[in-house]
Design a protein around this ligand. Structure first.
Ligand SMILES: *Cc1c(COP(=O)(O)O)cnc(C)c1O
Length: 372
């Protein structure tokens, strides 16, 4: 492989955030002058706006997406809805954060194979992994596409399970009734890591829910477990959304639906124009259920394809090269036999799809993939 800098980078955040330069300068100036840098008006304003955007009663800002997931699970433990050691069904091919949150909350992740077409977990594999200790189904809306929530919720209702979603890649994805990723189950976790569809200028996250008890407890847990100032009810954490990030996210949220439409339009072009038997395109029903956080294709000989992209000046990333159960940190799960997951991790590669791409760059990417 050469070290040539790609002429079309995988993602140019500088370019994307440049359109917020004037706004950001104004935000920073009033932030600095306010003298309140944590837990001020901007966080509350953003939380209200994001709750409205998601169509839920409550939004609670957190320090990041991993904490959002962990706090939801810990919150349900504190509420007595789940007990330490209970089982949580998660996708084996998710980003490792989903699985780490379960472990951090003292629960046991049960890894299951995804559907090979959608990369998301499906009802058949979920049913097969239910045990007497199952308490939670935790689907990830992977790469920006909603997991089959209707089926998952129906099963959970029948069995009395909680459903918590990892929506870190799916801000604004909507089901066919127009309900968004933040409103489709008991509670959802978001990340505002800079590369996400709604990305901050640093770390950030949020929890959305309609459950008042959960909302109250996660807010407390993220703020040292305080009930009122200097009174601590729980063994809490420090995980709060920053004022400055919240103010920036508020501005960006105004553009999220439009940005997601742009992403879908690029995906439509890729899907209709890339015609190459050696490259398997992602499956999508054309609906708003996908916000294309990533455009993930599959190839048999990935090393060869990566070299080709590098030589063609096109950036790429792999989401993800090593499945969680093959990570050293999760060695206790290495006994799992997950052939679909392992095949996916060997074959997937993400090509550039973001709102910073120019038409000419989109054309070049299509041409390069067709010429492979
Ligand atoms: C980014 C991401 C997270 C973690 O978010 P952080 O803000 O980096 O902690 C969790 N799950 C998924 C699927 C993600 O993509």
């Amino acid at each position: 492989m050469t070290d040539k800098k790609p002429s079309i980078p995988f993602l140019d955040l500088k370019k994307i955030n440049k359109s917020y330069k004037q706004k950001s300068n104004a935000i920073f100036s009033s932030f600095l002058d306010s003298g309140i840098y944590i837990k001020g008006n901007s966080v509350e304003k953003f939380e209200n706006a994001f709750a409205t955007f998601c169509g839920v009663k409550y939004c609670i800002g957190t320090g990041n997406g991993l904490d959002a997931l962990t706090l939801i699970l810990k919150g349900y433990v504190e509420l007595g809805k789940i007990n330490i050691g209970d089982e949580v069904i998660v996708a084996a091919n998710t980003y490792i954060a989903t699985i780490l949150s379960v472990i951090h909350a003292g629960l046991k992740p049960i890894l299951i194979e995804p559907n090979e077409e959608t990369f998301n977990i499906g009802i058949d594999h979920i049913k097969k992994s239910i045990s007497p200790r199952t308490k939670v189904i935790l689907p990830t809306h992977l790469y920006g596409q909603l997991a089959p929530m209707k089926d998952i919720n129906a099963l959970a209702k029948e069995k009395g399970f909680l459903v918590i979603s990892d929506a870190a890649q799916a801000h604004g994805a909507k089901d066919k009734h127009g309900n968004t990723s933040g409103s489709l189950c008991d509670a959802s976790a978001f990340s505002f890591y800079p590369t996400k569809n709604l990305g901050a200028l640093g770390d950030g996250g949020a929890i959305t829910t309609n459950n008042e008890d959960l909302a109250e407890i996660v807010r407390s847990l993220g703020n040292y477990g305080t009930s009122s100032k200097y009174e601590n009810e729980y063994i809490g954490f420090n995980s709060r959304l920053d004022e400055i990030q919240a103010a920036f996210l508020f501005e960006k949220l105004l553009h999220l639906d439009g940005d997601n439409i742009k992403r879908r339009n690029i995906a439509k072009l890729y899907i209709s124009c890339i015609k190459n038997d050696k490259i398997k395109l992602p499956s999508w029903d054309g609906s708003d259920a996908h916000v294309f956080h990533l455009f993930v294709v599959r190839v048999k000989n990935r090393k060869h394809f990566c070299d080709y992209l590098t030589n063609s000046g096109i950036g790429y990333l792999i989401h993800y090269p090593i499945p969680p159960h093959r990570q050293k940190a999760l060695a206790e799960f290495s006994y799992y036999c997950l052939p679909i997951t392992e095949r996916i991790h060997e074959e997937v590669i993400s090509i550039p799809l973001n709102i910073g791409l120019k038409d000419s760059e989109i054309e070049e990417i299509i041409k390069t993939l067709n010429d492979y």
